[in-house]
Design a protein around this ligand. Structure first.
Ligand code: ATP
Length: 236
């Protein structure tokens, strides 16, 4: 299958800190690709650069055949590259519905009702809480809301930064099941995770980032069984 997104020679610095040191990777269309690695490896930085939220020092990003390396965050969203931010970034003093509507705001709420139905179908618990304040949702429900809000922007590629963060294992299972469904509905996913086992389980392809450089790549299953992954990330 062809690559929806191709990254070549991506380099990102914070001042003199070289956070990402010239990495290459591909996201295949309609697949789940996981980017795993330790704290501080450069995973969030990579996602923020794909969303256009931090500048790239060097490198090119091609999306659906187009060079999108220098596009603004809103132009990237318009192309279908939508991020679910780390820490969810829910607007806690707004209602659940208002949070969801924000996701569709940029495209003028076109077909918003249809997209809301899709979010409700994926996350029935969100539907039950629709008029409540987003701040009253549990952590898992807030994560569902953050994913739902991103879906309202009609992504072709959904970027997820640590969706399992701070959630109980049973809730993590729920979230990962939803990610599989979303992917089954034709949306390409790029999943950044410290929950290496869960991420590699649902991903067709994976990359391991260490100190800003790509250390390993393979299918999810290959990486799950790789001695280095087992030792460094799976406590074997
Ligand atoms: P985490 O899971 O903790 O978010 P990560 O793999 O996503 O880790 P990044 O957050 O991308 O890693 O960080 C990569 C490197 O860049 C680290 O050395 C980090 O200290 C540094 N860094 C991240 N954000 C900033 C910033 N705003 N200013 C300076 N340095 C930063």
């Amino acid at each position: 299958m062809s690559a929806l997104l191709e990254v070549r020679g991506l380099e990102i610095n914070y001042g003199h800190i070289e956070a990402v040191r010239g990495i290459d990777f591909d996201l295949k269309d309609k697949e789940i690709t996981a980017l795993v690695g330790a704290n501080g490896a450069g995973k969030s930085t990579t996602l923020l650069a794909l969303s256009g939220l931090i500048p790239k020092v060097r490198g090119t990003v091609r999306f659906a055949g187009e060079d999108v390396s220098r596009l603004s965050p809103s132009d990237l969203v318009a192309r279908g590259i939508v991020q679910v931010p780390e820490g969810r970034a829910i607007l806690t003093t707004m209602t659940v519905l208002e949070n969801l509507e924000l996701g569709a705001y940029r495209r003028g709420m076109k077909n918003a009702a249809q997209d809301l139905e899709y979010v409700f179908h994926l996350f029935p618990r969100i539907k039950e809480r629709i008029d409540g304040l987003a701040g009253n949702l549990s952590g898992g429900e807030q994560q569902m809301l953050a994913i739902g809000r991103a879906l309202m922007a009609k992504p072709r590629l959904l970027l997820l930064d640590e969706p399992s963060m701070g959630l109980a294992p049973i809730v993590v299972q729920d979230i990962f099941r939803s990610l599989r469904t979303i992917n089954g509905d034709g949306i390409t996913l790029f999943l950044v995770e410290q929950n290496v086992r869960q991420a590699l389980k649902i991903a067709q392809h994976g990359y391991v980032l260490e100190n800003g450089a790509m250390a390993l790549t393979g299918t999810g299953r290959e990486l799950l069984n790789h001695p280095r992954v087992l030792e460094a990330y799976l406590g074997a």
